[in-house]
Design a protein around this ligand. Structure first.
Ligand code: GLU
Length: 302
């Protein structure tokens, strides 16, 4: 990890930090962190591995897990599970598909998933449930929501409001749009370090079991399915390229983080704030490609 971090520190080409959420535009593009936690709990890290960053869309892995726990396969009546091939915030696909988002990881799909968690609760309770789940997985009660990032996104989230209102018109959302959006913006604004994120991802590398307690977080089958969706849909319209280069299930966020899972082997978190043209971490992907190549860890065995 130290060698990969040293290599990444020297790269002049680092992508562009997200600017459409003003608070994210302030982040130093030179940051880079990586943490690997293997199935026995050994931790290897490099770079800014303990610095918190905005996990953004990586939170969608945790909300998907919660929503599946809540309503099981009924979720798939409201959200699809096919790769989208379009941008993370595309509205055109929603119109073609009559308000049913293509998958749980594009923004529209994640907003629909959040709506499932909100149903039957006050927004504050739902947000508490999500934060509690993430803290439980990461075994770290210090994990917080960055209120300034949430407020920044709430102020400027016109596209997400459009997506939510559009879905509401088709009856895909059950709750008031501003309730669901408020929870969505806040869970995207959870701040975590690579270390905390890799901890939170462990259950996906170990057949759904929390390795510290041996308790089941999800069934092995559900862990498989969440990994499959990460593999196919975790990087928006860059999902094919990520699978081609890295060969692992992964989920990116516009804060520059990626959570990647080497099933049976390790949970991996990487952070570099500069993004490529699809909104995925530019150096994060390169670092993961190096890691899987050197360890022979892709799901395809090399
Ligand atoms: N909160 C971001 C948005 O809704 C998430 C996008 C991302 O991380 O890819 O625009």
């Amino acid at each position: 990890m130290k060698e990969i971090a040293a290599d990444m520190a020297e790269r002049p080409e680092r992508g562009k930090v997200a600017s459409y959420i003003p608070e994210l535009a302030k982040i130093d593009p030179k940051k880079f962190g990586i943490v690997v936690i293997d199935d026995e709990g050994n931790v290897a890290s490099g770079g800014d591995s303990e610095a918190p960053f905005s996990i953004q869309s990586i939170s969608k892995v945790f909300t998907l897990t919660l929503a599946l726990g809540k309503i099981g396969d009924k979720l798939w009546q409201r959200v699809g599970r096919e790769p989208s091939g379009s941008a993370f915030n595309s509205i055109v696909q929603l119109e073609y598909e009559k308000g049913k988002p293509r998958n749980p990881f594009i923004n529209a799909g994640a907003i629909a998933v959040t709506d499932v968690i909100v149903s039957g609760h006050q927004p504050r309770e739902s947000l508490g449930e999500i934060l509690h789940f993430v803290r439980f997985l990461a075994e770290d009660n210090s994990i917080k929501i960055d209120d300034e990032v949430a407020a920044s996104e709430q102020r400027t989230g016109f596209r997400n409001s459009a997506l939510a209102n559009y879905m509401k018109s088709f009856g895909v959302l059950e709750n008031p749009v501003h309730f669901t959006l408020g929870v969505y913006f806040h869970h995207c604004a959870i701040a975590m370090s690579c270390k905390q994120l890799a901890m939170a991802g462990r259950f996906l590398a170990t057949n759904g079991i929390n390795p510290s307690t041996d308790m089941s977080v999800v069934t092995p089958e559900r862990a498989k399915r969440i990994n499959s969706i990460m593999m196919m849909c975790g990087h928006y319209d860059g999902s094919g390229e990520f699978a081609y280069r890295v060969g692992l299930p992964g989920k990116s966020g516009v804060g520059g983080g990626i959570l990647a899972i080497a099933p049976g082997k390790a949970s991996i978190a990487v952070w570099s704030p500069g993004l490529d043209e699809n909104g995925n971490s530019y150096l994060g992907r390169i670092a993961l490609e190096q890691l899987t190549r050197r360890m022979g860890w892709s799901v395809f065995g090399v």
